[in-house]
Design a protein around this ligand. Sequence first.
Ligand code: MN
Ligand code: MN
Ligand code: MN
Length: 286
Amino acid sequence: MNVDLHCHSTASDGALAPAVLVARAYDYGVRVLALTDHDTLEGLEEARTAALALNMQLINGVELSCTWGGATIHVLGYGFDMKAPALVEAIDRLHHGRWLRAEEISRKLAIKGMPGALEGARAIQKELGDSGNAPARPHFADFLVRGGYVKDRAEAFRKWLGAGKLGDVKQHWPTLEDTVATLRESGAWVSLAHPWHYDFTRSKRRKLIADYIQAGGHAIEVVNGLQPAEQVGSLAILAREFGLLVTAGSDFHGPGAWSEIGVYRPIPEDLPPLSCRFKYDQPTAV
Ligand code: MN
Ligand code: MN
Ligand code: MN
């Protein structure tokens, strides 16, 4: 695909530095790329410089975590001003929260006989490319592997870091409503990330989308990497019913993982892609 609106670099939990990611995207045929790291804008400048040199279009992007109905939800923002005060402040708060969370994970692992996790995870993160962000769970997983506490990343998540385990420290995220408002105030286009990935019933998913629209959302991500075609079909039905714009992206995190940059199922042809609006319109401020 020549457009990819969802991917991660070492600025959050991706394996490639922003410039390396951009070069890989180019090699895979991508010409319009949005870098959407989790809760940070740190990779955007490096990505933009790299994209410019390759004559690619780099769209400012971010994937923000928030809560809705007791679940953690991801919202994608695009095309905002990087200096928009509402967004900068929201990200500062998230950033601080992530550091507190990393400290908490480290403290809990130490109690279980695995000391030095924060420093170890931070060192691994720095090997990949430095950012001022707190290490994330994949970095902790690699620390546990290197320390010989587990045999691989999968075991690290299964025993210590995955959902419901000791290292699954909940962060106090802002609400979906506030997050969409922050993005809208910052001049962003907004898309609800991978609405199928949440473990919801059909009616709860519909309620999520209705609330999201109420909050000011523009689009939903109908295609996330190579997710099953039936899921794309169900999300397409929701997009049509609610009259939403749609986005798609690989959600690429690194080579050899489950997705590749620029690779995802096609968007059903009748749906209006948000990417077509980037060039011509600005979302109306609220
Ligand atoms: Mn991620
Ligand atoms: Mn996500
Ligand atoms: Mn993502």
